[in-house]
Design a protein around this ligand. Structure first.
Ligand code: SDX
Length: 431
């Protein structure tokens, strides 16, 4: 029996096949089931992909049991403490931490791609004033391929790199323009003298009639939150970007599909949903009633910001953000934010409840991030937009990793058909 294989025996026919095992550098190895249908005549069935690896990747490693997250091998805790968003973006795209000159060059490239084509400005005016900024992000990012034909040949590595730089650079400008549109203020051009996050704050909060200086506490906090949101293995939105990219769609369309998938409240939309939930709970005395609803299978209410497909331990990002919450709220003068106190109490009560303990439901990255966004003056409907800016680095890195593979193929899952068997058409007067 060859060593690196798994034997599958079909008890219905007695047929037996050996399937090769692909070994991982960390975490579970994978059984290559590519021959499964051809040799045994069955599809494998795994809705929600609980046990399915859709690809191989060198970018991000998660260990759900240990609550571990690493980008390109570096623990998230070390990157959060020592690095910057733009430096981690370089790490994700190129595989190594940049030397000083490389970092300066990369930062300059991103900075000088931050402006939007002037014709794009009229797009924002086409949206109703109360359009959700995520709706604007999906539309405007998807339209970028109409402006940047010179970087949509995905077979050309130079085009791929330019498109990656453009997407990372322009997301803050588009996000800020979406926000400005929603509050009826004029768009603000990027300022190349500012940092990536400093520019975002400038474009969101400065107005033509007065000077704006971003609070360094806010700038540092947002940079750190962005590092934590850069990538997360094959989550729903990243898998969407990979599947769109596998058809050869241009990178702008692929990232727009990722933004759309991220918007769901079960995914990146949870940070906005956490704030709404905390505001609805309103007071510690109402927590038991909401926990009862969260535990009631007949009630669609879930405790937003809790649970995770992979983490069956505390989400390491939530741990970092939770600690930062205290510091940022204190420095920004919101240390007595009643919603933060409520969140801490909700976490304490939930984590001592058997329902959550048995199901290993812990706070995830979205549970605390919204409280910091709120303290920074960012409106709730912009929380997922913030997530999408940071995650664009991960989406782009995952797309580049997939597209640059030699034998990259279109993703095309099969199904377990449980519909009607063959039947003939019935004329309408015989039905
Ligand atoms: C993100 O995948 C990623 O990596 C995502 C992300 C990233 O960086 O890309 O980490 C970002 O999306 C974080 C998750 C944000 N979403 C939320 O906070 C929404 C609330 N959480 C749930 O919707 C849920 O926990 C999910 C969607 C996150 C995970 O869903 P799973 O893995 O499919 O788990 P499940 O729904 O099968 O739940 C298992 C059990 C069920 O109970 P039983 O059927 O066993 O009785 O746990 C219960 C669920 O009812 N459960 C919850 C719950 N989450 C799971 N019950 C109450 N409240 C919750 N939040």
């Amino acid at each position: 029996m060859p060593e690196d294989t798994v034997t599958v025996i079909d008890n219905r026919t007695g047929r037996q096949i050996e399937l090769p095992v692909r070994t991982a550098t960390m975490g579970p190895d994978a059984v290559d089931i590519g021959r499964f249908f051809r040799e045994l005549g069955y599809f494998t069935y795994d809705p929600g992909f609980l046990s399915t690896a859709s690809c191989h990747s060198k970018l991000t490693y998660l260990d759900g049991k240990q609550g571990m997250l690493m980008y390109r091998g570096y623990p998230i805790e070390q990157l959060a403490e020592h690095s910057s968003f733009i430096e981690v973006a370089h790490l994700m795209l190129y595989g190594e931490l940049p030397k000083r000159q490389q970092l300066e060059d990369f930062n300059s490239i991103i900075t000088h791609h931050s402006m939007l084509n002037e014709a794009l400005k009229s797009f924002f005016r086409g949206f109703y004033h109360d359009a959700h900024p995520m709706a604007i992000m999906v539309g405007v990012v998807g339209s970028l391929s109409a402006f940047y034909h010179d970087s949509t040949d995905i077979s050309n590595p130079v085009h791929r790199e330019i498109a990656a730089h453009r997407l990372i650079a322009k997301m803050p400008s588009i996000a800020a323009a979406s926000y400005k549109h929603s509050i009826g203020e004029p768009q603000v051009y990027p300022d190349n003298s500012l940092s990536y996050v400093g520019n975002l704050l400038h474009m969101m909060f400065s107005v033509p009639c007065e000077k704006f200086e971003a609070d360094p506490v806010a700038e540092k906090a947002l940079d750190l939150i962005f590092i934590l949101h850069i990538d997360h293995e094959q989550n729903a939105s990243t898998s969407t970007v990979r599947l769109a990219g596998s058809s050869g769609a241009n990178p702008f369309a692929c990232i727009a599909s990722g933004i759309a998938a991220l918007w769901g409240p079960a995914h990146g939309g949870a940070n906005e949903a956490v704030l709404s939930m905390l505001e609805k709970i309103g007071d510690v005395k109402n927590i038991p009633a909401y926990l009862a609803r969260a535990k009631d299978r007949d009630d669609p209410f879930r405790l937003m910001g809790f649970g995770h497909r992979v983490y069956k331990n505390y989400d390491p990002r939530a741990r970092i953000i939770r600690e930062m919450c205290h510091e940022v709220l204190a420095k920004l003068g919101n240390e007595n934010d009643p919603l933060f106190e409520l969140a801490l109490k909700l976490e304490e009560i939930a984590l001592s409840d058997d329902y959550f303990i048995e199901r290993k439901l812990y706070p995830n990255v979205d549970f605390y991030s919204g409280l910091i966004y709120k303290a920074l003056g960012i409106p709730t409907n912009m929380f997922t937009v913030m997530f999408s800016i940071a995650r664009t680095v991960g989406w782009v890195a995952q797309w580049m990793e997939m597209i640059s593979e030699k034998n990259q193929r279109i993703g095309r899952p099969r199904q377990l058909y449980v519909g009607e068997t063959r039947r003939d058409y019935v004329p309408i007067d015989q039905r």
